[in-house]
Design a protein around this ligand. Structure first.
Ligand SMILES: O=C(O)CCC(=O)C(=O)O
Length: 367
């Protein structure tokens, strides 16, 4: 249970560190299950593809955090990953400051930079499996940046904080909070956080200034959204982006994956990612312009997903209205074609986005 004081901290700072949510045994089990899954090294793997970890999405503590922070309309949209990096000694990835608030009413792929009175309605729960309190390698945030204009900023406008997460803790952060991975802590001032670009330049000349980054770095990230316009834009912006494919998601759902996570019934669900994956499944079964018999189950499943998906705004409508009844093949193909047309037209918008170069590289202040 999150206290009112903690909720106020989240609202003010844009993040919240919750201590000892998981036991040491659970943490080792998460790590063992994640690592035993092939293909997770230096990559993110969707929790739905790791059957032993998938139930974590519906863990009561996770869902309670989401609902208490975002309110009763908290929804899961199938962004949940286990990420494992294995470094050689001294290896690291450079920190880069950014936030993940994307999708404006004018443009599906632009980043949202204006000031806000309330936190952005999409949040991430991060579970870091290594100790990032007495080592480098954790999450850096700019407290309060989620409410401020981040289109550009002056030096000193934001302060930095390296979240001291220890195994068992959960870090909840608003996706509009400026943050950077792989924070470096200085040996002589471990709690005095630097800007990522300061770390990067100091590291280049004096790497030993910093406490080491663990050679294994594992994290689990699970995102939730409140049912409202900006979340709708965020979800579509993430899903309709060719770089964010979720292979296997449609089959996971088709083959009853949700039945293994019954507690997910207590939150809303968005199926945009799954719909796009189901479209790909159907298209994989098209030969000479015709859907093969083997594609029909995917086509039927696509209709089920469309029926279950309710968008939260009228911006960039994606999912066609599909009733809960059986559809003929030609009716279903019409729905598929509508989806393909919308997907293509929104994908083409990607090239016209505001390139936001500060965010794409390291976000530096104006002096
Ligand atoms: O890996 C991390 O600590 C943060 C990852 C990140 O940048 C993000 O969640 O957008």
């Amino acid at each position: 249970m999150i206290t009112q004081r903690e909720l106020d901290v989240f609202k003010r700072d844009g993040f919240l560190l919750l201590k000892n949510v998981f036991s040491a045994e659970e943490m080792s089990a998460f790590s063992r299950k994640g690592r035993s899954h092939p293909g997770t090294n230096n990559a993110g793997t969707s929790l739905t593809l790791i059957p032993e970890l998938a139930p974590l999405i519906g863990d009561d503590r996770i869902l309670t955090m989401a609902k208490e922070i975002l309110g009763p309309s908290a929804s899961f949209f199938f962004e949940a990953n286990y990420i494992h990096y294995a470094f050689n000694p001294g290896g690291r990835i450079k920190g880069h400051l950014h936030h993940d608030g994307k999708g404006t009413p004018d443009h599906l792929f632009n980043r949202l930079h204006q000031t806000f009175a309330e936190p952005y309605p999409v949040m991430r729960i991060g579970i870091y499996m290594q100790d990032t309190a007495s080592q480098s390698g954790g999450l850096k945030v700019c407290p309060g940046s989620h409410l401020q204009d981040t289109s550009t900023f002056s030096e000193g406008q934001f302060s930095f904080f390296d979240v001291p997460s220890e195994p068992g803790d959960a870090v909840c952060f608003c996706l509009r909070t400026l943050h950077s991975p792989f924070a470096l802590r200085r040996r002589h001032a471990p709690d005095d956080a630097l800007a990522p670009w300061e770390e990067n330049s100091l590291y280049a000349s004096q790497p030993d200034t910093f406490l080491p980054i663990p050679e294994q770095r594992e994290s689990i990230f699970i995102d939730f959204a409140e049912a409202q316009t900006l979340s709708d834009l965020h979800i579509k912006s993430r899903a309709i982006h060719a770089g964010n494919k979720k292979p296997g998601l449609s089959n996971f759902l088709k083959d009853g994956g949700l039945d293994t996570i019954p507690a997910l019934d207590s939150v809303g669900l968005r199926f945009d990612f799954a719909i796009i994956d189901a479209m790909r499944e159907v298209i994989n079964h098209v030969l000479d312009g015709k859907i093969q018999r083997s594609g029909l189950e995917h086509l039927n499943h696509l209709m089920v997903l469309c029926n279950r998906n309710a968008e939260y705004s009228g911006y960039f409508p994606f999912t066609p209205a599909v009733e809960k009844r059986s559809y003929s093949v030609s009716e279903s193909i019409n729905v598929l074609n509508q989806l393909i047309k919308r997907y293509q037209s929104y994908s083409e918008m990607f090239a016209t986005r505001n390139g936001d170069p500060h965010m794409e590289e390291s976000f530096r202040p104006i002096k």
